[in-house]
Design a binder for this molecule. Structure first.
Ligand SMILES: NC(=O)c1ccc[n+]([C@@H]2O[C@H](COP(=O)([O-])OP(=O)(O)OC[C@H]3O[C@@H](n4cnc5c(N)ncnc54)[C@H](O)[C@@H]3O)[C@@H](O)[C@H]2O)c1
Length: 390
């Protein structure tokens, strides 16, 4: 096997002469852009999964990937996830993601990010970037110096700033929708809720939930962070290892991914899992089904935590915090729709969500085939979104 063929995940359609195209085809991606600027050390990959609904939006992640295969695989996987997230959230955005290969502690420079910004700019709005793992506000400002196709910029530059408040609000509304489905009422009063993590999203979430009269339990690997949330919300601090097995109504993971796994699945006593973390299910298919078998209602992570994406999308239209919160409140209805579809079709919620997202993409694609003289000026085009920025 040649080196390049190892880029591929198992893909029966693959022609081994064209492994990268095979990889694009297997997950139905549109485009992959390899960006290089040797002087600054830039090696970046921009993956555009699907632009049926609009420009591909997704963060840029800086990570010391072991090899380019790993980096390409991550860019393709993450960009696909963004397509589904935007589609199920009712946004007119496609899915994209960029990865910058490098160690965020050692390899950053102004020129590296400005070079990356120029590549983003060269795509003319097909891809809009944002902050992701390994990136800082300063890095985003360098990118912004070279392209207007960037979101999640600081408030001082006309952006939306920290997305956590809106993310937390969406998680709160999603958790209420789950409560409505499971308990017949969306009130969280007197509900026992375990929040894993006491970071940005968790603190805002705890605030919403405590104000509604929920009894909270919180854990963090840094006890002082958990203590702070506890002092503000009346939550009880618990040991990070004990959070899974608490006798609670809702478990809300707001720290790291993969927390529903072979080790934890039998520990849960909750009726609902609804949290802000990404990639909550260690194995989507297996653990999604097991949660159903355990009679635990699961709010798909990419749906319930879409407030962050909704927030930056607001930036494209001229940011307004109230409007962003209002849009994030629709997560309530989206989660209810998904849970209903899941019940009616005996399919786990994450799969139900994927099906509904794909349906929306197909339907919008069909409508798009109707000719209108205005079609190129609709406000879902990246270049139009950005026209007022300098
Ligand atoms: N910030 C957003 O707007 C946003 C949007 C979408 C998704 N998310 C996801 O939500 C999660 C939280 O994001 P955040 O911005 O609040 O991050 P954060 O870094 O502010 O908070 C995460 C917290 O989790 C704690 N933690 C790590 N491992 C833990 C463990 N084993 N047990 C308990 N606590 C642990 C950390 O110490 C930290 O306090 C992440 O998975 C992130 O990807 C965030």
């Amino acid at each position: 096997m040649s080196d390049s063929t190892t880029i591929l995940e198992s893909n029966t359609k693959t022609d081994t002469r064209f492994p990268i195209f095979g990889q694009l085809d297997s997950k139905e991606h549109e485009q992959i852009v390899l960006c290089s600027e040797p002087e600054s050390g830039l090696k970046a990959i921009i993956a555009i999964h699907n632009t049926t609904l609009g420009p591909a939006l997704g963060g840029a992640r800086m990570w010391p990937y072991a090899n380019e295969q790993e980096a390409i695989r991550d860019a393709l996987r993450l960009s696909r996830g963004m397509t589904y997230k935007a589609a199920i959230s009712g946004l007119n955005l496609g899915g994209g993601k960029a990865v910058i290969i490098g160690d965020p502690r050692k390899d950053k420079s102004e020129m590296l990010f400005r070079a990356f910004g120029r590549y983003v700019d060269g795509l003319g709005g097909r891809y809009i970037t944002a902050e992701d793992v390994g990136m800082s506000v300063q890095d985003m400002e360098y990118i912004y110096a070279e392209t207007k196709f960037v979101t999640g910029i600081p408030k001082a530059l006309g952006g939306s700033g920290d997305p956590s408040p809106v993310t937390a609000y969406g998680v709160y509304m999603g958790a209420k929708a789950c409560a409505k489905k499971v308990f017949g009422s969306d009130s969280l009063e007197k509900k026992k809720i375990a929040i894993q993590g006491a970071g940005n999203v968790a603190s805002y979430l705890a605030d919403y939930m405590s104000k509604e009269g929920a009894k909270l339990y919180v854990s963090d690997i840094y006890e002082e962070k958990a203590e702070k949330v506890a002092s503000e919300t009346g939550a009880e601090v618990v040991d990070p290892d004990d959070i899974y097995s608490l006798d609670v109504d809702i478990f809300s993971p707001c720290a790291l991914g993969g927390v529903v796994n072979d080790d934890t699945i039998d520990q849960f006593k909750c009726a609902i899992i609804a949290g802000g973390a990404n990639n909550i299910l260690d194995d989507e298919a297996e653990h999604g089904r097991l949660l159903m078998d355990h009679d635990i209602t699961y709010a798909p992570d990419y749906v319930i935590n879409a407030g962050g994406l909704i927030n930056v999308t607001g930036e494209l239209e001229g940011y307004d915090s109230e409007r962003a919160h209002k849009k994030a409140s629709r997560i309530y209805d989206t989660i209810l729709d998904i849970l209903t579809f899941s019940d009616e079709n005996d399919t786990p919620p994450y799969a139900a969500s994927n099906i509904l997202a794909e349906e929306r993409i197909r339907n919008v694609g069909r409508i798009d085939s109707i000719y209108t003289s205005q079609s190129h000026f609709s406000n879902r085009k990246g270049e139009i979104y950005m026209r007022d920025r300098n």
